[in-house]
Ligand binder design. Structure first.
Ligand SMILES: Nc1cc(-c2ccc3ccn(Cc4ccccn4)c3c2)[nH]n1
Length: 243
């Protein structure tokens, strides 16, 4: 997978080259290119923003610069790309989104700042039949799209084959079965007077699996009843319902 990020703060994306993601890049599982939007400005001030039509606070990012930047970046590689625009007004980015994007050959992220990017940039891309997703990573407002891109790239890349040492952990993610993950424990057996639940040391794998499922159901009911309500009819078996 090739990933391009266009931003006025390229340094914000440096963490993508660290640790697990850095190793995925080093292993050739992902190609990452970060582009400074100001490379496509033509004025001496390298202006990327202007006042909003209709008035209101803040500034809006100019369409001309973004149009030229996206055209140029898309032209760098012939692989078909999905354009992703982080915005507080976007459709929710979920684990399902991350899973779906693992099938893309290329993702091009457009990081806005100020109050966002002139809507015509997205409209123009869509009318040229380019796939464009306007997505939100949560119901809070950031200062720009870069942090959202860090989140989304990590969520997607970790699902790519060969990235995680143990692929099973991606399969057993929270959300992958629609439930939150339950509590996890490791040595020592007792820490500050707190013991690891007995069942986890029993070696009885059926009992352990049941206990873990019950803790996941319990935690999901307590913290995310919306996820429980959204489960498909056949997702819970009789033992689950008894819980
Ligand atoms: N889930 C999300 C995504 C964002 C996000 C993404 C991109 C941009 C570009 C600019 N801003 C600031 C801003 C502030 C006020 C209204 C609009 N945008 C962004 C915020 N915040 N929360």
């Amino acid at each position: 997978m090739r990933i391009d990020v266009i931003t006025i703060f390229p340094g914000y994306l440096a963490p993508l080259r660290e640790a697990l993601l850095g190793r995925a890049i080093g292993a050739g599982l992902v190609d990452l290119a970060v582009h400074d939007l100001r490379s496509w400005t033509r004025d001496v001030h390298q202006a990327v923003d202007d006042s909003p039509y209709g008035g209101g606070p803040g500034m809006v990012m100019r369409p001309q610069v973004w149009g030229e930047a996206l055209d140029a970046v898309l032209a760098l590689d012939e692989r078909p790309a999905r354009i992703v625009v982080p915005t507080p007004a976007g459709r929710p980015f979920t684990q399902a989104t991350a899973q779906a994007w693992t099938g893309e050959e290329r993702l091009v992220f457009a990081c806005g700042r100020y109050e966002g990017i002139d809507q015509r940039v997205v409209d123009d891309a869509r009318r040229r039949d380019l796939p464009v997703d306007e997505v939100s990573i949560g119901d809070y407002v950031l200062v720009g799209g870069e942090v959202a891109v860090l989140v989304m790239v990590e969520a997607v890349v970790r699902l790519l084959p060969g990235v995680l040492g143990n692929p099973a952990s991606a399969q057993q993610d929270s959300f992958s079965d629609g439930l939150l993950e339950g509590p996890a424990y490791t040595r020592p057996e007792v820490w500050r007077g707190l013991a690891v639940p007995e069942v986890l040391r029993s070696g009885n794998h059926a009992k352990i699996a049941r206990w873990r499922r019950d803790r996941a159901l319990e935690r999901t009911a307590q913290r995310r009843p919306d996820l429980l309500a959204a489960l498909p009819e056949d997702a819970l078996d009789d033992a689950d319902r008894a819980f």
